[in-house]
Design a protein around this ligand. Structure first.
Ligand code: ZN
Length: 684
């Protein structure tokens, strides 16, 4: 591992933060914390922490010695000075005299001595930082060091590698007990440059920011060098000659890992999936002994809140035998949930207040293919996948020089159900479409974009499809991070199939289709040429059918129901003069909605239509509106609001109707009008 310290960048940080009134020590604390935080081999997703001991002034202006320590759950890679709450050092040090400190008191101590009680809560490892005398203290969960200490003989290996330069602290759960034990180890050899925390990570000390940082890099490098000696590799299991694809496997896994609706309300809680593969991942998941080493526990305790204690392992998926794979996968997921409930039962007396988390896996290993991270959002799935990848590396290196061991099950449980660790995840209020994947056609247009925004806001992962990729990308950027933009010709079967493959590869499946793409053709029906009529049928009927067929195929693999929503114009029920070429296929599409509702209701798949009228969009261009208003002798404004309510209908109104239909779990074969009131087009 190479040092990323750069003197010029460091002095830039001092200058930049100095202009905001931040002292140079704190500026450098921020700088080196970011260096550590941006390397996934050192810390991942809120893991790790750093501190600085310095003087500051309290509200009354009195000088006071404080510990600046990273806020709990803050991402070190992008931390700012405000990410380091200042805590009075004197009362923290005094706590060392206590015999024990209960978990509730630990939470009070976390906040009790803050200079600014409104700042973020300090790290749960604050006391350990406070009990160490060094001015700068850095702490990471470096994967290479974990491979060294997640061993039955971790202490001996550390003695060999560090030769007394690092103290060795036996495993304790983070908190007061660990801080006190670490201080005792330090007191016995106060010349050490840092501490190894067995089965957890390492600390390094420095008189200045650079020294603590460079020591971290050096200690990790020494571990890396040791891992290169006397290596062996996993023996591979026998795999089928031909494997199924990720796009075939993902919907099956997703269905198996869904929290199926027990009360019959139809509200399945599905996960978003993120797939990863590489030579290292394949060597790991294909290993003959994968069930032993992959289920042996976490590489560092705080990972458990993101990944659960172990992954789900499924059989290798053989091409052409997906039915067998599905049966085996559902059985394995069921067993996982039972094992998880049993683990909770065995250990629950350790945390009497604890409520069991949902029993669905967060990581799935698929021999032959790779691994999946699972989450209730695309971001959650990415975090689980990142940690799973680090786990693969940590365990592979540990097994290469010895045997991977984690902390005992009870200790894992303590971390998984400790309130202060869970606080890192933040308040968890599930949004109504959390975990659902929505595919929206016509994503480059006004209605598609408004719908994508409404669905993403409700928690769905969204994919915007459009013939015009640039338009879809521009709209996706307004939806927020993680929205997928794809080029798709909805009238072309292979383009539709490719788009679905891409959506499934990105998010794991499909739950909602908003089939919205369309275009208006005009012509007096007795005179219009057949080519125009057929063209309109291709886009305004057959494309809806192609999209719906593709979605249903995936939904049936998932076995978790689904929702098909169609943009059906008011032309479908109330023809306008010369709009036959547009209205006829739309009328067929209205019937298509009912046919899907009828044929797939028993599978929990709902089909509904929105009957919108007079929305400013690519269909209803500014020129067209001008022309129409003129023909009727009214202003554009009066033309647009020429409905019972006398108000213009917007793309957002249509989006809200689609959202309402997506959320109405008992509504199928419905047509919702969004037209401000048009009695001639009223359905009944
Ligand atoms: Zn830690």
């Amino acid at each position: 591992m190479k040092s990323a310290w750069n003197e010029r960048e460091a002095s830039d940080a001092v200058e930049r933060y100095g202009a905001q009134g931040v002292a140079s020590d704190l500026a450098l604390r921020v700088y080196s914390t970011r260096l550590l935080g941006r390397d996934p081999k050192l810390v991942l997703h809120g893991g790790g922490n750093t501190s600085l001991k310095a003087m500051t002034r309290d509200v009354a202006g009195a000088a006071v010695e404080v510990l600046y320590v990273k806020g709990s759950g803050t991402d070190m890679g992008v931390i700012e000075p405000s990410g380091f709450p200042a805590v009075r050092l004197e009362p923290l040090r005094a706590l060392r005299a206590l015999e024990t400190l209960g978990l509730d008191d630990m939470a009070r101590v976390q906040r009790g001595f803050m200079i600014d009680p409104l700042a973020p809560a300090p790290s749960v490892e604050m006391l350990l930082h406070a009990f160490m005398p060094a001015k700068f203290v850095d702490h990471t969960h470096a994967t290479a060091v974990l491979s060294l200490i997640d061993q039955p003989n971790g202490e001996a290996l550390c003695t060999e590698v560090y030769d007394g330069r690092m103290g060795f602290v036996p495993y304790r759960m983070p908190g007061f007990g660990l801080a006190k034990l670490a201080a005792e180890v330090f007191d016995k050899s106060p010349k050490v440059e840092g501490l190894i925390l067995d089965k957890h990570g390492l600390f390094t000390f420095g008189a200045d920011a650079r020294q603590a940082y460079e020591r971290m890099i050096e200690m990790v490098t020494l571990a890396e060098q040791r891992l290169q000696k006397n290596r062996s590799s996993f023996a591979s299991a026998k795999l089928p000659d031909r494997l199924a694809s990720v796009a075939e496997v993902a919907p099956i896994l997703r269905g198996a890992c869904t929290l199926h609706d027990a009360d019959g309300e139809g509200a399945h809680r599905r996960p978003i999936l993120e797939f990863r593969t590489s030579a290292a991942i394949l060597t790991f998941v294909n290993g003959k002994d994968v069930a032993r080493y992959a289920r042996a526990g976490v590489i560092t305790p705080d990972h458990v809140i993101r990944t659960k204690p172990w992954p789900l392992i499924v059989p290798a998926p053989e091409a052409g035998k997906l039915a067998e794979f599905k049966t085996a996968t559902w059985a394995a997921a069921q067993k996982f949930a039972e094992d998880y409930a049993a683990y909770f039962e065995r250990n629950k007396s350790r945390a009497p207040q604890a409520v069991m988390h949902d029993p669905a896996p967060r990581v799935v290993l698929v021999p032959g293919l790779g691994l999946f991270g699972l989450g209730e959002s695309a971001r959650g799935a990415k975090i689980a996948a990142d940690i799973a990848e680090a786990t693969v590396e940590g365990i592979t290196d540990a097994e290469a020089i010895g045997r991977f061991v984690s902390i005992p099950e009870g200790d894992i449980f303590d971390c998984e159900f400790w309130a202060l660790e869970l606080a890192k995840l933040g308040a968890r209020q599930l949004r109504p479409l959390a975990g659902q994947v929505a595919v929206i056609t016509g994503g480059g247009g006004a209605i598609g974009a408004a719908t994508a925004k409404a669905f993403a806001h409700a928690g769905a992962a969204v994919a915007l499809l459009d013939l015009d990729l640039k338009a879809a990308q521009e709209k996706a950027a307004t939806v927020g991070s993680g929205a997928l933009a794809l080029s798709c010709d909805v009238t072309d079967a292979s383009s539709v199939a490719a788009a679905y493959r891409q959506v499934v590869a990105t998010f794991g499946g499909v739950d909602i289709l908003v089939s919205n793409a369309g275009a208006a053709w005009q012509g007096k029906i007795g005179e219009v040429d057949e080519a125009t009529l057929r063209k309109s049928f291709e886009l305004n009927f057959f494309a809806h059918q192609k999209m719906a067929q593709g979605a249903v195929k995936i939904m049936l693999e998932q076995n978790t129901g689904g929702c098909l929503l169609f943009n059906v114009s008011k032309q479908a029920v109330n023809p306008g003069p010369n709009f036959g070429p547009y209205g006829l296929p739309k009328a067929a599409t209205l019937f298509l909605v009912r046919q899907y509702a009828l044929d797939y209701g028993a599978d929990g798949i709902r089909a509904n239509a929105v009957n919108a009228d007079r929305i400013r969009s690519g269909l209803l261009t500014a020129d067209f509106i001008k022309e129409r208003a003129k023909a009727r002798g009214v202003s554009e404004k009066d033309y647009m609001s020429g409905n019972l309510l006398g108000r213009e209908v917007t793309a957002d109104d249509v989006a809200q109707a689609f959202l309402a239909q997506a959320l109405a779990l008992k509504t199928t074969a419905d047509v919702t009008t969004v037209d401000g009131g048009n009695i001639a087009a009223a359905l009944r």
